[in-house]
Design a protein around this ligand. Structure first.
Ligand SMILES: NC(=O)C1=CN([C@@H]2O[C@H](COP(=O)(O)OP(=O)(O)OC[C@H]3O[C@@H](n4cnc5c(N)ncnc54)[C@H](O)[C@@H]3O)[C@@H](O)[C@H]2O)C=CC1
Ligand SMILES: O=C(O)[C@H]1O[C@H](OP(=O)(O)OP(=O)(O)OC[C@H]2O[C@@H](n3ccc(=O)[nH]c3=O)[C@H](O)[C@@H]2O)[C@H](O)[C@@H](O)[C@@H]1O
Length: 432
């Protein structure tokens, strides 16, 4: 099939590459000229395990193309995916200007029947708005489908190639058939393609992200309780996770959920609810709990240093909002950095992939190190904000030798308290 993907960010580039991998010819379109130039030259623009190899192979085989020109990009395509940003607007609702802007242009450009697919996360009713925007100028038939994306950054290729399910919100049989054919290779293991109406598909995406965010905030509150009652959240997590109705996954307490989606999608669903006069109480609490959790390590650090952080120097391991990505959008590490800098402390940070992005954002207000141990020189404490694998079994002797003060504040519960006691390192973690 011939496919166009409009918006070549995390979702657009991963979807485009994976669709090319199954034999389709894909043109990815973006307004960012520099990004498209890099991609045309074979330079990958995001860090995502497994993506570069697949991208280079499909680029070489001419199944994957890139352009900034929307008109030529959609030429001959049967399906046009919209993988455009839907950031939070000023009032927290999803800003549809990118999606509707492109829909408007498509109205002028369509020359033959196409299926236009909302891949972006969009509020209920957006498919109707996209349809109306295109219809204003379109002279040919077209269908609009909602096909939300559930991939996770860091495992995006794996999630896309083997999705737990594919949700297709469509009212036209013609569009359903086209979408079913496209996704057939991705659901060979028997995972379902679930067809539904467009509105249900749109809400499914928000419900999924909001439910997962709720699980995290719930566990973060259990962790708060554990700290006050002397229980161990790791034990409680294992104890409840073995119940199949609860499940083992997504029960890890920490320093709050971050990333480009949970925070904005929780906010957008609260806002959508308000618009239909519904007060989504659980979600409001989920958001409040997360706000507190993002800087949960700070009071522990302050108490340890007698509430005087001025002149203190901290080593920080991990900047990305989670491991295996260079994405720092809403990363808890950024909130920790801001709070420490405000208190007059200084920071040396290390992250395997995300340092360049932080440099662009924060410049020289933080010192960047080439390896984790370099951050420790002269540091009053080590703080861990992201659970990269390489931090899981570090050389504790080396840490103990280099750190000025032998103390670790761990926002991801990576280590055993007993092990650290043996090395003479004081250890603070979450809910233990
Ligand atoms: N990042 C993720 O893991 C996931 C994101 N989503 C949703 O997918 C959507 C896209 O998210 P990301 O890929 O993360 O965003 P992104 O910001 O990484 O990429 C969006 C791209 O669209 C481009 N763009 C903006 N206006 C354009 C226009 N008029 N024409 C062509 N290109 C244009 C931007 O230059 C950028 O490259 C959002 O709605 C998000 O909520 C859904 C599932 C997972
Ligand atoms: O809509 C989206 O963009 C995507 O949002 C999330 O994916 P992602 O943000 O890439 O990452 P997650 O693995 O879900 O982690 C999100 C945040 O929750 C935190 N988290 C996750 C799991 C957990 O047990 N505890 C926890 O604190 C992570 O550290 C991270 O900050 C969803 O998992 C994807 O299904 C969805 O497609």
């Amino acid at each position: 099939m011939k496919i166009a993907v409009i918006g070549t960010g995390y979702v657009g580039l991963v979807s485009g590459t994976c669709f090319a991998e199954t034999g389709n010819t894909v043109t990815c379109v973006d307004i960012d000229q520099a990004k498209i130039e890099r991609l045309v030259q074979g330079e990958i623009t995001i860090y995502e395990p497994g993506l570069e190899k697949m991208f280079l192979k499909n680029l070489r085989d001419c199944r994957l193309k890139f352009t900034t020109d929307l008109k030529s990009g959609i030429q001959g395509a049967q399906i046009v995916f919209l993988a455009l940003p839907t950031p939070s607007g000023e009032d927290g609702s999803a800003d549809l200007k990118y999606v509707l802007g492109v829909a408007d242009q498509l109205g002028y450009l369509l020359e033959d029947y196409k299926v236009i697919v909302d891949k972006s996360t969009v509020p209920v009713g957006t498919a109707d708005k996209v349809r109306a925007a295109i219809a204003k100028h379109a002279k040919v038939e077209f269908d609009v489908v909602s096909n939300p994306e559930f991939l996770r950054e860091g495992v995006a290729v794996e999630d896309f190639m083997k999705p737990d399910r594919v949700v297709i919100g469509a009212s036209s049989d013609r569009a359903k058939k086209v979408m079913g054919d496209l996704y057939a290779p991705f659901v060979r293991q028997g995972n379902p393609v679930i067809y539904m109406d467009e509105k249900s598909a749109e809400l499914t995406k928000y419900a999924a992200n909001s439910f997962l965010a709720t699980k995290i905030s719930f566990m973060n509150e259990i962790a708060q309780l554990c700290e006050r009652l002397g229980a161990d959240v790791d034990m409680v997590r294992r104890g409840i996770g073995s119940d199949k109705r609860i499940g083992k996954r997504f029960l890890f307490p920490g320093i709050g959920y971050g990333g480009s989606c949970f925070p904005k999608d929780v906010q957008a669903l609260i806002k959508s609810s308000e618009e239909v006069n519904y007060d989504f109480q659980i979600l409001k609490s989920v958001e409040r709990v997360n706000e507190i959790q993002k800087t949960h390590l700070i009071p522990k650090i302050e108490a340890h240093f007698n509430h005087d952080l001025k002149g203190k120097h901290f080593a920080l391991w991990g900047l990305a909002f989670k491991p295996n990505t260079d994405d720092i959008r809403e990363a808890p590490a950024l909130y920790i950095i801001q709070s420490l800098l405000n208190s007059g402390a200084t920071i040396s940070a290390y992250d395997p992939e995300a340092m360049n992005n932080v440099k662009v954002l924060l410049g020289d207000s933080v010192k960047y190190s080439m390896n984790p141990y370099e951050t420790l020189k002269g540091a009053d404490a080590l703080i861990i904000a992201t659970e990269w694998s390489e931090f899981r079994i570090p050389d504790f002797e080396k840490i103990e030798q280099i750190l000025k003060n032998k103390v670790i504040f761990d926002g991801r519960n990576l280590y055993s308290r007993d092990d650290l006691k043996e090395f003479g390192i004081e250890y603070y973690s979450i809910g233990r």
